[in-house]
Design a binder for this molecule. Structure first.
Ligand SMILES: [Zn+2]
Length: 190
């Protein structure tokens, strides 16, 4: 196959050289009004083309490669004494797979446990290209399901206004869960 980025022959969808040159994460931090920190691994414009593959079959492979270069090393380096639940925003697959589930699953290790489909949005409205006001007026209304751990990490692919993650944090706090950190692939505002 051909590397999606440099078009040269490769054994993976993005060749080793391009992964090394373009997929090295640069950590970007944002603090939400709730005080919870969001860490993003890429600048949105750097990986925009890759993120747009998410509605195609190719997206499965691309998100796996992005996760391998960012979420996996982050999860392995995270030093924490207690067990932590990993929860992905909206990981109900609307197509063949869920792109946020790929990211969340990649974090799993002995300390970090991924719970599939735990935080499901009752409101399926698309936020793409919508204003912050629209997003606030049309909350996701997350359906919460119980899990064992007190601490959790929230995972999404892109942070834009932060409305979705903020709503998810409120849902967690209402249910006596503490959000340690939020992780996203890209920050649309950086
Ligand atoms: Zn390449």
């Amino acid at each position: 196959m051909k590397c999606l980025m440099c078009q040269s022959f490769a054994l993976t969808h993005i060749c080793k050289t391009c992964q090394k040159n373009f997929l090295q994460p640069s950590i970007n931090r944002r603090i939400l009004p709730s005080g919870v920190e969001v860490i993003s691994f890429y600048r949105y414009n750097e990986i925009k083309k890759l993120l747009h593959t998410k509605h195609t079959d190719l997206g499965y492979h691309i998100y796996t490669l992005l996760a391998k270069n960012s979420f996996v090393p982050f999860g392995n380096a995270l030093q924490i004494d207690e067990k932590v639940a990993i929860i992905a925003i909206d990981d109900n697959p609307k197509e063949l797979y869920s792109h946020t589930a790929i990211l969340a699953k990649s974090l799993q290790n002995v300390q970090l446990h991924y719970y599939p489909s735990l935080l499901r949005a009752k409101n399926d409205v698309s936020y793409s290209g919508k204003s912050k006001q629209f997003r606030l007026q049309n909350p996701r209304e997350f359906h919460f399901e119980r899990f064992e751990e007190n601490l959790c990490v929230l995972v999404d692919d892109i942070i834009t206004t932060g409305t979705t993650l903020s709503e998810a944090i409120t849902t967690m706090r209402t249910n006596d869960k503490e959000v340690l950190i939020c992780l996203t692939l890209a920050d649309a505002k950086s």
